[in-house]
Design a protein around this ligand. Structure first.
Ligand SMILES: [Zn+2]
Length: 396
């Protein structure tokens, strides 16, 4: 590797660490990257000069010697994150470190088409940028409830949205005038939780995402995402549990997502268009209500039973260290009593389940947007200096 390539790789490695930890000291960087202090000082200076990081003298002082200033991510460089769903297009600006700077949920009374999603997104991103003067939107990522071809962001099938073989990243990139990537929503939720949430530091992790468009999943094996041959692994919502069960959007019967739909929980608490945080709060309150909570308690118990049957198969297959539940599945977990929680893994093989812990997603209703942003950050963090020089040329 020549000196220029090595330097670019090191700049990317420094920015990646600052991003993942939301800020680090120079001493942390020296330790983590095995580079000497003067090299780290030089790399940080380049990133400061190009606007990616600031140095702030607010690190906690400990030990002896000079305090190490904190290298913090710029809060003006942002990416746009988008999550189209059955009745909403959710749009956010996300800064380095996975922080949502601004967010707007555009409620709809119908299922959006791809063309409508592109128009609404580009309009909303411009509005959010105008409301936040000083931010610079560099790229965008889309979390799609369906199967997406990673290399070009082409939607193969999003059954609940009725999208089939539709280009998405390409037209949105034209509309926004910036690079756009798209991927499956549950894979991105998994990535967000692994990077910033309930899965940090885990080796083998299973993530289940419950949303208006059904249940998806993501897998992490030995600390790396396991996407399958073509990127479509982890579709745990279509584990077949009951051959006589209700018809599923995939065409089969008795899949987990047909047996444990978010909509049934929304109906049990009588809300309209709740986001995940609102649904969870209402469901927890309803289940705790001794007088009026019977319908909610019964639906929660019914869905937990099917979730336990699905997790039995998944645990026996993967022997995971952690299972993270997102969306309405996190709400189910929060509503469950101790015995219901224990029952989720009770029928798995004891050896396979011995070390597993189940946790609700730590990022709540932000997880899919933060995951979509990660996709947008990929290209920028891989080549931070090229990225801003490219942007400067594009706007010149
Ligand atoms: Zn199915």
């Amino acid at each position: 590797m020549d000196a220029g390539a090595l330097r670019r790789r090191n700049l990317s490695a420094v920015l990646d660490l600052v991003h993942r930890h939301g800020g680090v000291t120079r001493a942390d960087l020296t330790r983590a990257l095995g580079l000497n202090r003067s090299t780290i000082g030089d790399l940080v200076a380049v990133l400061v000069e190009h606007g990616w990081v600031d140095e702030r003298d607010d690190a906690p002082r400990s030990g002896v010697g000079r305090p190490s200033p904190r290298v913090a991510p710029s809060d003006t460089r942002v990416v746009a994150a988008v999550n189209p769903e059955l009745d909403v297009v959710d749009v956010a600006l996300v800064s380095l470190g996975g922080q949502i700077v601004a967010r707007r949920r555009v409620d709809l009374d119908h299922v959006p088409t791809v063309a409508e999603t592109v128009t609404l997104t580009s309009h909303t991103v411009r509005e959010l940028a105008a409301d936040n003067p000083g931010v610079e939107v560099l790229a965008a990522g889309v979390a799609v409830p369906g199967l997406v071809r990673g290399r070009d962001g082409h939607v193969r099938l999003a059954p609940h949205l009725g999208w089939r073989e539709e280009p998405l990243a390409a037209p949105l990139s034209v509309a926004l005038g910036m690079p756009v990537a798209a991927s499956n929503d549950a894979h991105l939720g998994c990535r967000a939780e692994q990077t910033f949430g309930a899965g940090v530091g885990t080796g083998t992790m299973l993530y289940l995402n419950g949303g208006p468009s059904g249940i998806g999943g993501g897998l992490v094996v030995d600390g790396r995402p396991m996407d399958g041959t073509a990127g479509y692994a982890g579709e745990l919502g279509h584990l077949g549990l009951d051959p006589e069960g209700p018809a599923c959007a995939c065409g089969a019967r008795g899949c987990l997502e047909a047996l444990a739909p978010r909509d049934a929980l929304v109906q049990a608490v009588g809300l309209e268009h709740p986001d995940d945080d609102a649904l969870e709060a209402a469901l927890v309150a309803a289940v705790a209500d001794e007088v009026g909570g019977d319908a909610a308690r019964a639906e929660v118990a019914r869905q937990l039973r099917w979730l336990g049957i699905a997790l039995r198969g998944a645990i026996n297959l993967l022997n995971p260290e952690r299972i993270v539940l997102g969306g309405h599945l996190a709400a189910l977990w929060r509503c469950a009593d101790e015995s219901q929680r224990a029952s989720l893994i009770a029928d798995a093989l004891p050896a396979s389940a011995a070390e597993v812990t189940i946790e609700p997603a730590a990022l709540g209703s932000q997880r899919l947007l933060i995951g979509a942003a990660e996709l947008a950050w990929d290209g920028l963090i891989a080549a931070p200096i090229d990225a801003v020089q490219g942007a400067a040329v594009a706007t010149a």
